[in-house]
Design a protein around this ligand. Structure first.
Ligand code: B12
Length: 623
């Protein structure tokens, strides 16, 4: 009897995996690549080119007699691909370790460590921030790795506090660090700890890592082995597929850098974005551009129920009073489209450190329908769309309406220029919610000089940006939408008078909107690598231009001491931040801090405001 069990026990230790060979479709994927996308769920290509063919009408009539044709026209032609059967050892056996013979357990422990990914959202000031939103970036990477058969664990320092790696990392693990500006130094320390605990590889991604990939990979003791230098999920998928059988040095994947020289220079400076755009155009011409890269339907259940409960509890306590049924609020971040309409591909506000703003793409209805369905099925009823600026994306609003998209509430980013000029579009967005629409808008300043020259809020020099800010507020009031405004004190050329104008403007829109004004975040002008203003670390003439805006000048020695010497740093030192004020404004960081305090006081008198997010970010150095 016992002997009979062995083959069965052995059989229970393997699993048959099917690999779908995307590059081997069963029949040709004809037509324009933009209308062909991969269906992750059914593992087929979906070719919707039929919809775009001139002779569609004839087809439509004919299709009445040919259900397949009608189906292809309606839902796209579904093209299966060749498959490969892979026999893999079960990586969840460790949950059943107690019933395995010791030899097998040891053997499989080794197997298991080959495919465990631990993702960490690194945050060195976790106590400072609101903890009301899940980390969609980590979840997206985790979803892709999990689809490739990896066991994925998460730790979000923003939500869960500092991570104790010794409790989580096991020999052979891959540790993934999600790095934004407030996590760089700590991220490098955690990478060293993870290596000391036996992690096989430490990889990094997210905006700050993307903008400082070379610098991260140049660190002498190589704490970080690879940096993902874009938002590409194809790069993530290929990495977790190939690293199972290849050594890191053999890996050659676009946008995965394992060596500083390999890492592309990333920045929101126009000169760099122009190169990115040219590269994209060439890929499109060669039909090698995947318009759906970066769009992945997240597996929301990969985050634990405890993680979700923490977020929902925090959200309900901070924002609940703005909702009809706070007790049943289930909020989440969603990625409905990519890019910022302000950029037109190459022109970015001088302080912006969001990677990918020039990459503007809107997914098709079929994808949006599946995405909305996934969130609905998980019970999410309040969505924060993270698209850098979605308001003016008319195709997105119309596709959402076409698929019958509806949610209790929605947050989108919108530019004042768009809100002022496209009143009707506000009603379109309002039509997608049953309770509330919140527009997150960088109003930034009440001074035209700051908005036109300091921040370069728009590529058009015509008209008044402050006038647009005010018209945007009036349109929001009339539409019933709510506002989350952000302000900045310290743009190039800033003076006490321009700060006063910003304060006066804030009082005006608070009075104009009343309860429709939810919160105002005020900020210093943060100087970060990757922003157009980051050029100041490499370009003395640009520094002179900035100084001239404040009626000042800067000597080469002062420039080198204040900025030049930090060009290769991982993050911008506070001294350079203070020098920014000293050299390029007519105020200083303390005056800016004082105006931030006055905005907080103004909002503390505003009935129904959201508490706890007055300061977008307060550096520990700040008074
Ligand atoms: C939603 C959001 C939040 C939410 C949720 C937390 C979070 N970080 O997601 C909240 C409001 C809590 C938040 C807080 C903060 N945020 Co924030 N946030 C965003 C926002 C609007 C969207 C992020 C998002 O969900 N994108 C969509 C997902 C799918 O993509 P993703 O996160 O970029 O991840 C992709 C890639 O980067 C990559 N990736 C990401 N992580 C990893 C890890 C590995 C191992 C790999 C391989 C790949 C990888 O793969 C993902 C799929 O493509 C971005 C702006 C933007 N549009 O990116 C700012 C942004 C990321 N935030 C920023 C900052 C500074 C902060 C704060 C520090 C600010 C503050 N208030 O103090 C805090 C703390 C951040 C933290 N440690 O989490 C900055 C970062 C700037 C920079 N260059 O570093 C951004 C870019 C905004 C800005 N104005 O510059 N944020």
């Amino acid at each position: 009897m016992k002997l009979m069990m062995v083959p069965l026990a052995l059989l229970s230790l393997v699993r048959m995996d099917i690999e779908y060979l995307r590059d081997q479709p069963q029949w040709s994927l004809w037509g324009d690549r933009r209308h062909i996308h991969w269906d992750e769920e059914d593992h087929v290509w979906v070719n919707t080119n039929l919809r775009y063919e001139g002779w569609i009408n004839a087809d439509w009539e004919a299709s009445i007699h040919h259900p397949k044709l009608r189906d292809d026209l309606l839902h796209g032609e579904r093209v299966p691909v060749k498959k490969r059967i892979i026999v893999v050892f079960r990586n969840d056996f460790w949950r059943r370790q107690d019933d395995l013979p010791a030899v097998a357990a040891a053997f499989f422990a080794e197997q298991r460590s080959r495919r465990r990914l631990l993702l960490i959202n690194v945050e060195q000031f976790s106590e400072q921030h609101e903890r009301a939103w899940p980390h969609l970036g980590m979840l997206t990477v985790g979803t892709v790795a999990h689809e490739e058969g990896w066991d994925v664990g998460f730790w979000d320092e923003l939500i869960q506090g500092p991570v104790a790696l010794e409790n989580l990392v096991e020999p052979g693990d891959v540790v993934g660090l999600s790095l934004v500006v407030t996590g760089m130094e700590r991220g490098v320390e955690l990478a060293r700890q993870a290596k000391a605990l036996g992690a096989r590889h430490v990889i990094a991604g997210n905006d700050a890592a993307i903008f400082r990939a070379k610098q991260l990979l140049r660190i002498p003791d190589r704490p970080i082995d690879a940096v993902f230098t874009s938002n590409s999920t194809t790069a993530v998928r290929l990495f977790f597929r190939e690293i199972q059988s290849k050594d890191l040095r053999e890996i050659e994947i676009q946008d995965v850098a394992t060596d500083a020289d390999q890492a592309e220079t990333r920045s929101n400076e126009r000169s760099v974005l122009r190169l990115d755009l040219a590269r994209e155009k060439n890929l499109r011409r060669a039909h090698a551009f995947d318009p759906m890269d970066g769009f992945t339907i997240p597996n929301l259940a990969l985050y634990s129920p405890e993680y979700w409960e923490r977020i929902w509890t925090f959200y309900r306590s901070a924002y609940g009073h703005k909702h009809a049924d706070p007790a049943n609020l289930r909020n989440a971040t969603i990625h409905l489209a990519q890019g910022c309409t302000r950029t037109r591909g190459t022109d970015v506000c001088t302080y912006c450190t969001i990677y990918g703003v020039g990459d503007i793409r809107v997914p098709d209805e079929e994808y949006l329908a599946r995405l909305a369905e996934r969130y609905q099925a998980f019970g999410i009823n309040y969505l924060y769309n993270v698209t850098d600026s979605a308001f003016e994306m008319r195709p997105l609003a119309s596709r959402l309406r076409a698929i019958g998209f509806r949610t209790n509430g929605l947050i989108i980013y919108g530019r004042a220029q768009g809100l002022a000029a496209q009143r009707a579009l506000l009603d379109d967005w309002m039509g997608l919610v049953s309770e509330r629409l919140l527009i997150n808008c960088g109003m930034d300043s009440g001074d035209d000089g700051m908005l036109h020259q300091g921040i370069l809020k728009s590529s058009s020099s015509r008209g008044s940006r402050v006038g647009e800010n005010r018209q945007a507020v009036r349109n929001l009031r009339d539409s019933g939408a709510h506002l989350h405004a952000s302000l900045i004190f310290g743009s190039p050329g800033e003076t006490v008078e321009s700060c006063e104008r910003t304060l006066e403007f804030t009082q005006w829109f608070a009075d104009t909107l009343g309860p429709q004004l939810d919160l105002v975040e005020s900020d210093l002008y943060w100087l970060n690598f990757g922003s157009p203003a980051g050029r100041v670390f490499r370009d003395y003439d640009y520094a002179r231009e900035l100084a001239a805006r404040a009626g000042k000048d800067i000597s080469p020695e002062d420039w080198r001491r204040d900025f030049g010497q930090h060009a290769e740093a991982l993050s911008v030192p506070w001294s350079a931040q203070q020098a920014w004020y000293r050299r390029f404004t007519r105020i200083d960081d303390e005056t800016a801090a004082e105006y931030r305090r006055r905005v907080v006081e103004l909002m503390n008198r505003h009935p129904g405001r959201i508490k706890g997010r007055e300061y977008a970010f307060k550096s520990p150095h700040e008074t």
